[in-house]
Design a protein around this ligand. Structure first.
Ligand code: GAP
Length: 438
């Protein structure tokens, strides 16, 4: 794997860009914000959607061995008993006896409160699932949980998918959706949140073939990030030691990304064996076995699970794409985002706000926005407008000038190289389609 390299951008720069340009805002900001919850702004929502769409297209729609699901966030409470989350999805936590602040036991180096120096309690287990109540009565029998992973929705639907699709092993179920964890240690912007989104695959395989598929998915997933432009030297694997493994995992590899605060997990790929299906079969009393039509064997499939975080993906792609260079004697901030991820694909920039130029530019804009997210920007100098588009990662700008009225041609400028080509208006759509279809 690649050598350790220093991250190019600081978290402060990313946070400031995200806020200034409308990628990400603190949740409920006018009330002082809500810790570790974030709102995606007009550009952030486009980029996040692009990331999820790219994953869905590449992992589900263009594969014969994959189907999708969208399961509910609230599930039967027995799901979390069977999955082991109620008992084991916890962290040891300590509390300061003076100021009552709570810390992850593992985070403390000394047996005293890092804030006030007070005496620290004995560690106790703190379950990270958010609890709420179903219906009007708030008692134990009405307790339900916000899911801490999307995975269980796919395990409990295994017989429904088998019955309705007649899929044969190996095949996967995929889902994108919100998960919730009452994390004790949060921070680093959208890296670790209490409400976040996951893109997860449960890939069901014949027992005995799991190692081959584990290796396959580890490679497949790292290549996917690279295909979307993430630099190789910003990615590396980390194998979990036995003592770190989640309660369900036989083995786990993380794909780590070089975030501004250092190397950290972007995605986990776990070999879950038949743990979940066994647990749900026992707890529900339902037969979840797969019948191999060739050998007539009945068995519970093993599972390999590539599990990616959407918010971490957005943060990683933003950090990876961030660049600064000098253009026309000024510092230019550029997001070198892959066109599939860029929130805006093309901006139309008329050199004048006046008619008849504006009318021509508007008609080009109206034509392009049918196919792509486009912006129309007519304010300030053309140089400033290019900078604004570079900073949000727009791959192409179409400049409409006075000459365009005469020769029906426009200038197409490319973000990374800043190269400009002059083409007939009638060819703009085709040219962009070819350049954006990566
Ligand atoms: N179903 C397996 C599972 O949930 P995980 O390693 O706990 O495994 C998978 O989570 C991915 O979800 C992580 O690699 C990360 O990208 C994302 N993730 C987990 N906890 C998160 C949090 N608190 N905030 C943001 N993303 C999180």
């Amino acid at each position: 794997m690649a050598e350790e390299t220093a991250p190019k951008v600081t978290m402060e720069k990313i946070v400031s860009l995200c806020r200034r340009r409308g990628f990400v805002f603190p949740s409920s900001e006018i009330y002082g914000g809500l810790s570790s919850c974030w709102d995606y702004g007009p550009l952030g929502v486009e980029m996040k959607r692009n990331l999820k769409d790219a994953w869905w297209k590449d992992m589900v729609q263009t594969r014969d061995d994959m189907v999708g699901l969208d399961t509910s966030i609230l599930m039967h409470p027995q799901v979390w008993v069977a999955s082991g989350h109620l008992k084991s999805f916890s962290d040891p936590m300590v509390e300061c006896k003076s100021c009552q602040r709570r810390y992850k036991a593992d985070d403390l180096t000394k047996p005293e409160c890092p804030t006030c120096g007070g005496e620290i309690s004995e560690p106790r287990q703190f379950n990270m699932m958010f609890k709420t109540f179903m219906g009007p009565v708030e008692d134990a029998s009405a307790t339900v949980y916000l899911r801490p992973e999307t995975a269980q929705g796919m395990f409990v639907n295994f017989p429904n998918v088998l019955g309705s699709t007649r899929k044969r092993l190996p095949f996967g179920i995929a889902q994108v959706g919100k998960s919730f964890r009452n994390e004790i240690t949060t921070g680093n912007f959208i890296f670790r949140d209490r409400e976040f989104e996951q893109m997860e695959i449960e890939y069901f395989v014949k027992p005995g073939t799991q190692d081959k598929w584990f290796e396959y998915w580890i490679n497949e997933r790292i290549l996917w990030y690279q295909k979307l432009g993430m630099r190789k030297e910003h990615l590396k694997f980390r194998q979990h030691e036995k003592k770190e493994l989640a309660h369900y995992a036989l083995g786990c590899f993380d794909i780590n990304f070089l975030f501004p605060m250092g190397w950290a997990e972007l995605e986990g790929i776990a070999s879950r064996g038949d743990y979940d299906l066994t647990q749900h079969a026992n707890a529900s009393g339902r037969n979840l076995q797969y019948v191999d039509e060739e050998t007539k064997e009945h068995y519970l499939p093993y599972v390999v699970e590539p599990s990616a975080g959407v918010d971490r993906g957005v943060l990683a792609f933003l950090c990876d794409a961030y660049d600064e260079d000098i253009a026309d004697g000024e510092t230019r901030v550029i997001l070198r985002l892959h066109p599939r991820l860029a929130p805006v694909k093309v901006a139309v920039l008329p050199l004048s706000k006046k008619e008849p130029l504006a009318n021509l530019a508007r008609s080009i804009y109206n034509d392009l926005r049918v196919s792509w997210v486009a912006q129309y920007d007519e304010t300030q100098s053309i140089g400033r407008r290019y900078r604004r588009q570079d900073e949000i990662g727009t791959p192409f700008c179409v400049t409409v000038d006075f000459q365009s009225l005469e020769d029906q041609q426009v200038t197409v400028r490319e973000r990374d190289s800043m190269q400009q080509i002059r083409i007939p208006i009638g060819e703009v759509k085709g040219t962009l389609a070819a350049k954006l279809a990566l």
